[in-house]
Design a protein around this ligand. Structure first.
Ligand SMILES: NC(=O)C1=CN([C@@H]2O[C@H](COP(=O)(O)OP(=O)(O)OC[C@H]3O[C@@H](n4cnc5c(N)ncnc54)[C@H](OP(=O)(O)O)[C@@H]3O)[C@@H](O)[C@H]2O)C=CC1
Ligand SMILES: Nc1nc(=O)c2c([nH]1)NC[C@@H]1CN(c3ccc(C(=O)N[C@@H](CCC(=O)O)C(=O)O)cc3)C=[N+]21
Ligand SMILES: [Mg+2]
Length: 324
């Protein structure tokens, strides 16, 4: 009975444009519509950008650095550029070849660090293996770290009572989806699958900041399902198709699928996206699921725009303080 009530209340809470119920037979999870969550955020950002342009006379700007030729990275960078244009943010992209030297990449970061028209910098990951990712990410100016990947920002996210200037976009996107669907975090048990620097790790730190009890599992964890089966909230960011099966989940669990893998259609050559969660099984067990595509991904891009707007504002306030 409690379960039924839970499900009914989760349904009524989310009975809005941001979620849709896939079937009417009453036992399937709510599938979150990330695109509409993203559109709402983008509308707010677009208004802020317009106000900023009018009052300050500057256009917020994002600089992207893309090393190599990975096809999916190219797609993401393209999507980010379009999203910037939609909200009135200026964007530029520095493309470097697969065998670019560390000095070249660092020089590109420095150029954006010093460019007053650039408010936010994103170095597209993963980088080619010969490059030192830590060194490159640490060279991004703290005030421009809209990706939230600088060790100082990650450190502040991990510390009690400290607020980072920028929260990594994917973690922010997950939190936004949870809050939007009135999913309580405080005191609840959350399991994050995968501890990557741009997704799993920051997600687990942000959930912990919101007083969830958090376990992180990874490729070396023995029987990860022992943890996920007890979890109120499961967030998977491993990049392994069908990793999370229906029998890995507790009834009424909330499941966010962050992982994205690309499979190529043998006949058309088109890239298809798949998440980590076996959605056909999970939807029969979970109460709420964010799918791939159309879940966390679009919200992540909206958060990048929000962080870029935030960077423009805080840099402007800093300049103002210096001259007054
Ligand atoms: N939707 C979105 O907005 C975004 C999606 N992504 C996607 O999220 C995924 C993760 O990205 P990223 O963090 O950069 O990746 P990383 O490669 O940095 O991290 C992957 C993590 O998953 C773990 N892992 C791998 N296989 C398994 C497994 N079988 N069981 C449990 N854990 C496993 C790895 O563990 P170990 O370290 O032990 O090998 C590692 O901790 C990718 O698919 C990426 O495309 C990323 C960013 C944004
Ligand atoms: N420094 C850095 N920061 C990142 O945030 C970062 C990165 N590097 N490297 C790659 C990953 C991946 N990532 C995605 C963002 C949006 C979608 C997204 O919008 N996905 C859409 C579909 C997109 C499509 O159709 O191709 C969806 O899931 O519906 C996907 C993936 C950010 N990443
Ligand atoms: Mg590397």
């Amino acid at each position: 009975m409690r379960r039924l009530l839970c499900r009914a209340s989760a349904y009524s809470r989310s009975f809005s444009s941001s979620s849709s119920r896939p079937s009417s037979h009453g036992e399937e999870a709510i599938i979150i519509d990330g695109k509409s969550v993203a559109d709402e955020i983008k509308q707010v950002v677009a208004k802020e950008v317009a106000t900023f342009k009018k009052s300050v006379g500057k256009t917020p700007g994002l600089g992207v650095i893309f090393v190599g030729t990975r096809r999916e990275s190219e797609l993401y960078v393209h999507n980010k550029t379009i999203a910037c244009a939609e909200t009135g943010i200026a964007s530029s992209c520095t493309k470097l070849s697969e065998n670019a030297s560390e000095e070249e990449v660092l020089a590109s970061v420095m150029k954006y660090n010093e460019d007053p028209s650039v408010d936010g910098i994103l170095v597209q990951l993963p980088l080619p293996k010969h490059l030192n990712e830590d060194k490159i990410m640490s060279s991004i100016s703290l005030l421009k770290d809209v990706d939230g990947c600088h060790p100082m920002n990650i450190g502040s996210l991990a510390l009690n009572r400290k607020q980072p200037l920028f929260i990594p976009c994917t973690a922010k996107a997950c939190l936004q989806i949870l809050l939007k669907n009135s999913i309580q975090l405080s005191g609840r048990y959350a399991v994050v699958i995968g501890c990557g620097n741009i997704s799993g790790l920051p997600i687990s730190l942000l959930l912990q900041k919101h007083n969830a009890t958090v376990t992180r599992v990874h490729a070396l964890t023995e029987t990860p399902e022992d943890y996920t089966r007890r979890a109120d909230i499961v967030i998977s960011a491993a990049g392994c198709p069908n990793l999370v099966r229906g029998d890995w989940l507790k009834r009424e669990a909330v499941v966010l699928d962050v992982g994205i893998s690309h499979t190529q259609d043998p006949s058309s050559g088109d890239l298809h996206l798949v998440g980590d969660v076996c959605i056909e099984e999970a939807r029969k067990v979970a109460s709420v699921i964010s799918p791939v595509p159309g879940g966390v991904g679009p919200v992540t891009i909206a958060m990048l725009l929000q962080n870029t707007m935030l960077a423009a504002k805080s840099r402007h306030e800093n300049d103002y303080r210096k001259i007054s």
